[in-house]
Design a protein around this ligand. Structure first.
Ligand code: FAD
Length: 317
């Protein structure tokens, strides 16, 4: 079932979460054992992130360096199928522009269609470290809106590959990202919302937000979206803090602010175990208020670990 169907059929706020494909070479069992306990809370869908290639330089042995590309977390398509089979749950792959040509994207989407995947979260992808700023593939997309157009075309039976002109149309429900604290490259919130609206006009049926720690930012963002005529469901993305280091790493990586009250609590923590407790407690309070104020679904960023999210879901759902 599509994400929007799950939301429309629900009589209360839904619980969902995002997982990362295992690092290359690691066993999928660790991922399964992280998902297993969370199934107690009946997630209608689980997201699986997509990771673009990075460059590595290998010594060729003659003093010269050879540039190679590698994907540290491969397998999003296969992992979606494996989770869907194993837990009988819908999976939502993230599809990114970065590192993919339009043809590669088309092929991945055809695979997802064969696998019975009904929804995709469509993203641009972050810049890779060595490039600093986002560089699209030579024959790829520069913005999520362009990728959205490609998937929208496939939903109307229009493919890039000429041999597919008689192929049946896909029927993907398309989600996109939104930023309560503004995307870091956007010159202003107004500009960011203009492009978010464009994504909705091109067929995005729901938005999942970047993580935030101050609910007020989410409420203001939803109000601003509604004022712009963006009327699709806006799913809040939440991440419990799990270590002292994240107090500085999360704002730096995701361009967000931590509320003073949370920083004060984290400042008192002597170790990561204490910070984790603070993080769980904070996220429980955030979750309860978001549900009370009508969020359609709460979406948790697991970043590969499930114990904090289990504790939050136990207290909230
Ligand atoms: P876009 O919507 O393309 O926007 C990017 C920037 O360009 C914004 O500043 C926007 O305002 C601006 N913009 C948009 N369209 C135009 C235009 N036509 N002209 C000029 N400016 C424009 N990254 C991954 O690599 N893999 C993942 O699995 C992943 N999952 C994510 C899940 C969620 C819920 C979120 C919130 C983010 C995720 N990301 C992921 C990170 C995401 O790829 C980055 O935040 C990326 O920098 C922007 O992606 P976007 O889809 O929002 O881009």
């Amino acid at each position: 079932m599509k994400v929007t169907e799950h939301i429309n059929n629900a009589s209360k706020a839904l619980f969902s979460f995002e997982v990362l494909p295992p690092l290359k070479g690691q066993n999928i069992q660790t991922l399964f054992s992280n998902i297993e306990p969370l199934m107690e809370f009946n997630p209608p869908f689980i997201d699986v992130t997509y990771h673009r290639e990075e460059y590595v330089y290998r010594d060729k042995g003659n003093g010269l360096l050879e540039k190679r590309t590698t994907r540290k977390r491969p397998g999003t398509v296969g992992i979606c199928a494996a989770i869907k089979n194993r837990f009988d749950v819908d999976t939502v792959p993230h599809i990114i522009c970065g590192g993919f040509s339009k043809e590669e994207t088309e092929n991945a989407l055809i695979d997802l269609d064969f696998l019975g995947i009904d929804s995709v979260l469509i993203l641009r992808g972050d810049p890779i470290k060595s490039e600093g700023k986002f560089v699209p593939d030579d024959n790829g997309h520069a913005y999520a809106s362009e990728l959205l157009e490609q998937v929208g075309n496939m939903n109307q039976g229009k493919y890039i590959d000429e041999e597919l002109q008689n192929a049946s149309a896909t029927d993907f429900c398309m989600g996109v990202a939104g930023y309560p604290e503004k995307h870091f490259e956007a010159p202003s919130m107004k500009s960011d919302l203009k492009y978010l609206k464009k994504k909705v006009e091109l067929g995005a049926e729901y938005v999942v937000t970047q993580m935030f720690f101050d609910n007020q930012k989410y409420f203001e963002f939803v109000d601003a979206c509604r004022a712009e005529g963006i009327n699709v469901p806006i799913i809040p993305g939440l991440k419990p803090i799990t270590s002292i280091k994240q107090m500085t790493a999360l704002p730096r990586t995701f361009y967000l602010d931590l509320p003073d009250a949370l920083v004060d609590e984290l400042d008192k923590c002597k170790d990561n175990a204490a910070a984790k407790e603070v993080g769980v407690e904070w996220c429980i309070n955030q979750s309860k208020e978001l549900i009370k104020k009508g969020a359609p679904c709460l979406h948790y960023y697991s970043m590969g670990k499930s114990d904090s999210i289990y504790a939050i879901a136990k207290a909230v759902f």
